[in-house]
Design a binder for this molecule. Structure first.
Ligand code: DHB
Ligand code: FE
Length: 292
């Protein structure tokens, strides 16, 4: 049985990667943002996961509007970072965990989720940026990755409750996997932002801060919310937040929040992160941790 060692949620704003590429991470404008990720990076370094399951949306780079799967799972040996138009980025390719990916796909189909199966696909900032935030800039990534793509762009997008249910199946796949890998699940996107239309530039820090609390303590409420409510509260692109529910659905009801951070705005976005462990296994590791 593989072990779920933690759940992470983070924004995946592309200008975060640009700030690292241009050496701006230590500047007055960016330092407070990056400082907020240090405890999570330290936790990762201690926890030493073997596999990162990353839930994100492609942004018209590998899928365009003419053909978009609602859910897709990568089962490749390697995922190259896609060039989004500014040239190749100085980051290594991502090694896949193809064996676990196939098991996840089997488990999803057994549970009436029928994802698109991607044996070859490139990954955009939705996966690149969270990996850089949590793993830094290594010569080679210290984990193998399993990308889960969720369509939050071309309507109709899936229900938040469906994302949450998918997380439960992901947990089942982790626990029924014969290997002993340590797995982290990373939900990405959000928080509030709208990049287009009459509400372009919209952010909602109050709703973002409430989300960062509720994702730990009241995920059922977030899963029960309609898609329209996500768009109203978080903006059209802020609806990406429903992908955090895949991560949360993979976790126990009771979690321990190790760290959370919020910074607004990063580019056009309320940028947030959370690091949680299941309370049942985390308490033993750290008796001082506070149950959510
Ligand atoms: C921005 C945020 C995103 O999540 C994204 O995918 C693209 C751009 C932004 O704030 O610039
Ligand atoms: Fe995005």
């Amino acid at each position: 049985m593989a072990k779920l060692i933690g759940g992470l949620g983070t924004s995946h704003v592309p200008s975060i990667a640009a700030a690292i590429d241009k050496g701006l991470a230590g500047t007055d404008a960016w330092k407070p943002f990056f400082d907020g990720y240090v405890p999570a990076k330290e936790w990762i370094a201690r926890a030493k996961p073997d596999i990162a399951v990353v839930i994100f949306n492609d942004h018209g780079n590998s899928f365009f509007l003419d053909r978009v799967p609602t859910f897709a799972v990568g089962c490749a040996e390697e995922y190259r970072p896609v060039d989004e138009g500014w040239g190749p980025r100085p980051i290594p390719p991502f090694e896949g965990a193809a064996d676990f990916s196939w098991h996840l796909i089997d488990t999803l189909v057994d549970n009436r989720f029928d994802p698109m199966i991607c044996q070859e696909i490139e990954v955009d900032h939705g996966l690149q940026v969270p990996m850089e935030l949590f793993f830094g800039r290594p010569e080679a990534w210290p984990v193998r990755v399993v990308p889960i793509f969720v369509n939050v762009i071309q309507y109709p997008i899936p229900l938040p409750s469906r994302c949450y249910e998918m997380g439960r199946v992901l947990r089942q796949a982790i626990e029924s996997w014969p290997g002993d890998e340590r797995v982290v699940v990373i939900g990405t996107g959000g928080l509030s932002h709208q990049l287009q239309g009459s509400r372009a530039g919209f952010v909602n820090p109050e709703a973002d801060r409430a989300f960062l609390k509720d994702i730990a303590t009241d995920p059922d409420r977030l899963a029960a919310m309609s898609r329209e409510r996500y768009v109203e509260m978080f903006g059209s692109e802020g609806a990406e937040l429903m992908m955090w529910l895949v991560m949360r659905g993979a976790m126990d009801r009771d979690v321990v929040v190790r760290h959370t951070h919020y910074f607004v705005p990063a580019s056009m976005t309320g940028a947030g992160m959370i690091l949680m462990e299941n309370a049942a296994t985390a308490e033993a590791a750290d008796p001082e941790a506070q149950a959510a």
